[in-house]
Ligand binder design. Structure first.
Ligand code: IMP
Length: 432
């Protein structure tokens, strides 16, 4: 049975949720291993089975922030791994929404070692100004991971020991109050009241808090089918991305080892998900950004507004320099290319094949922002197509120019594109 990783190959929002949802129809487990509510995985489905006769719901949209997208399928258990930082308020909200949608109890497990993101984390993020400086999602992700590395974080396991939870919470709050003694919002947070609120919320999922490392290894030993759902993406990875304009977790293949406890050699397929063009939310260098009318057209045609924050996404052409880097650091075995339909109607489609940096040609991506922001893309201009693609279901139904576009990318990155998405619906795909 396969273990498949689905990872973002650009700056996030590539459509990982849709790919995971498609691949996890027959999966036993779908596992998140990094991030928290900063992720927003939007799944549009016409195939949620309802009732014993196998009827399907009409098209429905579901936005996942914490629960793995595969958990929409009956029989697929969602696992929230220990590399995540989990907001218990958001978790309960999502569990309730999923319960309402599916008419039954969601099947999930939460790692006892996952960190709990608490209401002071977004406050700290705001007070420190990183929300403004880095244009983060403002969910408190950075401060939650910082508490983890500073070894003062609270973990899911702490919710199993209420007295210890209160003690630890009181210590952390005391620390923060010392840093911001005059801040009203911070001063209002009382350890007893907050502990009681969070412990009450935890009643909704306390029996789901387990050692997910052993759970997953046991599943692998029993030949279960597992999907690892990456959040964020290679260029937002804390170590490999465009630091400091990155998130605070490991969004690349290594995150599965550190954030789920499963060594990468257990993963037989590593699928990189990329859009047919590029988007980025938040600050940071973006060499192929098209800030003019063409960029606006991409944003309008692709509905490029954030799932989590609603922010307009910055849009630009496909960047093969960045994509080659993502393939290299993740060891992708194949790619899924999404939103190809959005490129319909452009007379030509520029694709960055190299960069020009201080008069030199750069073939290799640099994650050093000072270098990257001076890089000018060297474009190859490929012919566009005018036909809508949303009804294509086979590669050979695509216009010749679109087929050439796909083959050009495959040649440039050296791996096959096995899934092509031509619309948000779960039928709008070409499998190769
Ligand atoms: P944080 O993860 O909220 O700390 O935000 C850090 C950077 O990562 C910001 O530029 C965010 O816009 C970006 N980011 C975080 N999560 C996502 C995501 O799921 N999709 C796209 N960008 C993201």
């Amino acid at each position: 049975m396969p273990a498949i990783a689905v990872l973002g190959a650009q700056w996030g929002d590539e459509g990982k949720g849709k790919v995971v949802h498609l691949l996890s129809r027959d999966a036993d487990y779908c596992v998140r291993f990094n991030g928290g509510t900063n992720a927003g995985h939007r799944v549009v489905t016409s195939r949620i089975p309802v009732g014993a006769n196998g009827d399907h719901e009409p098209t429905q949209e579901f936005k996942f922030h914490l629960i793995p997208s595969g958990a929409l399928h009956e029989g697929c258990t969602g696992v929230l791994g220990h590399g995540m930082v989990i907001d218990p308020y958001a978790l309960v909200h999502e569990l309730n929404a999923l319960r309402e949608l599916r008419g039954r109890e969601p099947e999930i497990f939460v790692s006892s070692n996952a960190h709990v993101l608490l209401p002071y984390h977004p406050i700290v993020e705001r007070l420190e100004g990183s929300q403004t400086a880095l244009d983060t999602t403002a969910k408190g992700i950075g401060p939650a991971y910082r508490d983890k590395t500073a070894r003062i974080g609270l973990r899911m396991a702490d919710l199993l020991f209420p007295e210890r939870f209160l003690e630890k919470l009181a210590l952390v709050l005391e620390r923060y109050r010392t840093v911001w003694p005059d801040h009203a919002e911070m001063s209002r947070l009382r350890a007893e009241a907050l502990a009681e609120e969070v412990l009450t919320l935890a009643e909704n999922f306390r029996d789901r808090i387990v050692d997910t490392v052993h759970l997953l290894h046991d599943a692998l030993a029993h030949n279960k089918y597992i999907i690892f759902e990456g959040a964020q993406a290679a260029l937002l990875d804390l170590d490999l991305g465009t630091y400091p304009y990155v998130t605070s977790s490991t969004a690349t293949i290594g995150g599965i080892g550190s954030g789920a406890g499963v060594p990468p050699q257990q993963v037989n397929r590593v699928i990189g998900v990329a859009k047919a063009y590029t988007t980025r939310v938040g600050s940071g260098p973006f060499p192929t950004e098209v800030p003019d009318r063409l960029g606006e057209r991409l944003r309008a045609q692709g509905h490029e507004f954030g799932t989590t924050t609603g922010r307009p996404r910055r849009c630009g052409w496909l960047d093969l320099v960045a994509l080659r880097y993502a393939v290299m650091v993740n060891g992708f075995t194949e790619m899924a290319l999404t939103k190809l339909d959005v490129l319909t109607g452009f007379s030509e489609i520029p694709v960055a094949v190299d960069y020009r940096y201080r008069g030199r040609t750069l073939r290799e991506f640099s994650a050093i922002c000072e270098i990257l922001q001076e890089c000018q893309p060297i474009y190859e201009r490929l012919p566009g197509w005018q036909e809508p693609l949303s009804d294509c279901r086979d590669f050979f139904e695509l216009p010749t120019a679109a087929q050439k576009y796909i083959r050009f990318i495959e040649d440039a990155v050296g791996i096959p594109i096995s899934i092509i998405s031509v619309g948000p619906g779960d039928e709008q795909n070409l499998w190769r």
